[in-house]
Structures are given as structure tokens and as C-alpha cells.
Design a protein around this ligand. Structure first.
Ligand code: IPE
Ligand code: IPE
Ligand code: MG
Length: 239
């Protein structure tokens, strides 16, 4: 794969996101329990994260667990929480000594989340908050509507009036992140499922049919090529 040409393309996105969907169906197709689908999904997420960084993309957001995912069987939720715990340990091991900033977007005060996960998330965010390099934004216990309501409540508490976009954004989990250019949702579902609604107003979307654990580096390159062919107009016309 000739990556140079891709990396040096001026139309490359700076901030991309993965909605990692299809872990369960990937497992079912193979006669495996859903947990093994999640395991394969999180192994792939690690691989893809490294690749995204290699491609020179500055920020990667990923949807790992939605507010609505609490409605799944306890056993599955517990397994996912265990995977997040491991993921945060790996982040610490792999990224603490490097110029990588970790943001966890989502409600980390929620006591349904194991305290070790909440603590590790807060610690990593605090330790990496001033970094300028690659940014990983993991959305865990995230809901877009809840994020907006949280921002509104903070603004009311601060007694602010006549706010603008910029002030509103300062109250979102993503406050220091670059604009979200491109969102890839695997598995063929074509919906947002409460993912970054404010941030995605002008993002480009792509819905490959592949289940997330099978989504390969080649698939990502293909997606990026599709993105780079698009004409982002932001409501304007060429003068
Ligand atoms: C991953 O895929 C999503 C989460 C990590 C919650 P799913 O678990 O939603 O897989 P499908 O959609 O059932 O196949
Ligand atoms: C969206 O996937 C949430 C995550 C990827 C974490 P879901 O599988 O939960 O979404 P729906 O239920 O198909 O909308
Ligand atoms: Mg799903």
C-alpha cells in the first residue's frame, strides 16, 4: 500500500470517528458468544488506532459505549466494562510516555461504571490534558442529548446569558478537539445512535457494510479515498 500519497494529500481529514458497530453480528456469524465479538472488536480498535496515527490524522474519536447500551444484558455490559478497564491500562502503558492526549467523553460520575474504570479515565485525562500530539477521544457512557443538556445546565449554573456557539462548545466533552470531519459507522446501519450530534453537524458520513472486527486497514484507506473525493461546501457556493 502506498501510504505516502494518502498521507500527503491536503484533503486528508484531521479528525475522524469510528462508530464501532457489528461486534455481536460478527460473533453470531461465527457461532461465537457476543463477548468474543467485543474482544475481537477491541483488538481491532487498537490496531486501527495505531494506523490512524501512522496516517498523520490528528484526532480519532470512537464510540465505545452509549448511554443506551445499559439496556443490554448485565453479563454483556460487565464484559464491556472489563474491556474498557484493560483498554485504559493499555493506554497508560503505550501512550503515557508519548505525546498523546486521552479524552474520555461521557459521564464518568455514573456509579454503574466500575470505580477502577472511572478512576483510570480521570487520571489519564488529567495527566495528558496539556498535550499537543495525537488525540484519542474515547466515548464511553456517552449520549449526545445528555451532553447537550449537561452543557445547558452548566451554563445556567454559571449564570451566563446570550451565549454563542463558542461558549456553548466550551461546555462539551470535546471542547479542545478539532472539528469532526469524517464519521465511519460499520455494519451497514445508517443512523447516528446519539453520537456527537452537535459536533457532527457538518461531518461527512460513511456506512461500510463490514462488521467492525473485520474492518481492515484497507477498508480505512478506501473510506478515506471516498472522503477526499467529496466536496464539502458548508452551505456556501464556489465564487
Ligand atoms: C459494538 O457492536 C457496539 C458496542 C461496543 C456497544 P454491537 O454489540 O452493537 O454489535 P451488533 O450491532 O449487535 O452486531
Ligand atoms: C451504537 O451502536 C453505540 C456504539 C457503537 C457504542 P448500537 O449497536 O448500540 O446502536 P443501535 O442500537 O443499533 O442504534
Ligand atoms: Mg450494534
Amino acid at each position: 500500500m502506498n501510504l505516502e500519497k494518502i498521507i500527503n494529500n491536503p484533503k486528508m481529514p484531521k479528525h475522524i470517528a469510528f462508530i464501532i458497530d457489528g461486534n455481536g453480528r460478527w460473533a453470531k456469524k461465527r457461532g461465537l458468544p457476543r463477548s468474543l465479538g467485543h474482544k475481537a472488536g477491541f483488538d481491532n480498535l487498537k490496531k486501527q488506532t495505531e494506523f490512524v496515527q501512522e496516517l498523520g490524522i490528528k484526532t480519532l474519536s470512537m464510540y465505545c459505549f452509549s448511554k443506551e447500551n445499559w439496556n443490554r444484558p448485565k453479563q454483556e455490559v460487565d464484559y464491556l466494562m472489563q474491556l474498557f478497564d484493560q483498554m485504559l491500562d493499555e493506554y497508560k502503558k503505550d501512550y503515557l510516555a508519548k505525546d498523546v492526549k486521552i479524552v474520555i467523553s461521557g459521564d464518568m460520575e455514573d456509579e454503574r461504571i466500575p470505580s477502577s474504570v472511572r478512576q483510570k479515565a480521570k487520571e489519564l485525562m488529567a495527566l495528558t490534558k496539556d498535550r499537543q500530539g495525537f488525540v484519542i477521544n474515547a466515548c464511553i457512557n456517552y449520549g449526545g442529548r445528555q451532553e447537550i443538556i449537561k452543557a445547558v445546565n452548566e451554563i445556567i449554573d454559571e449564570g451566563l446569558k446570550n451565549i454563542d456557539d463558542r461558549i456553548f462548545e466550551q461546555h462539551l466533552y470535546t471542547k479542545d478537539l478539532l472539528p469532526l470531519d469524517f464519521i465511519i459507522r460499520t455494519s451497514g446501519e445508517q443512523r447516528t445512535s446519539n453520537f456527537l450530534p452537535w459536533q457532527a453537524t457538518y461531518s461527512e458520513w460513511h456506512f461500510p457494510k463490514t462488521y467492525w472486527p473485520s474492518f481492515s486497514k484497507k477498508d480505512l484507506i478506501k473510506a478515506l479515498k471516498i472522503y477526499m473525493k467529496r466536496n464539502r461546501r458548508f452551505g456556501a457556493i464556489k465564487g
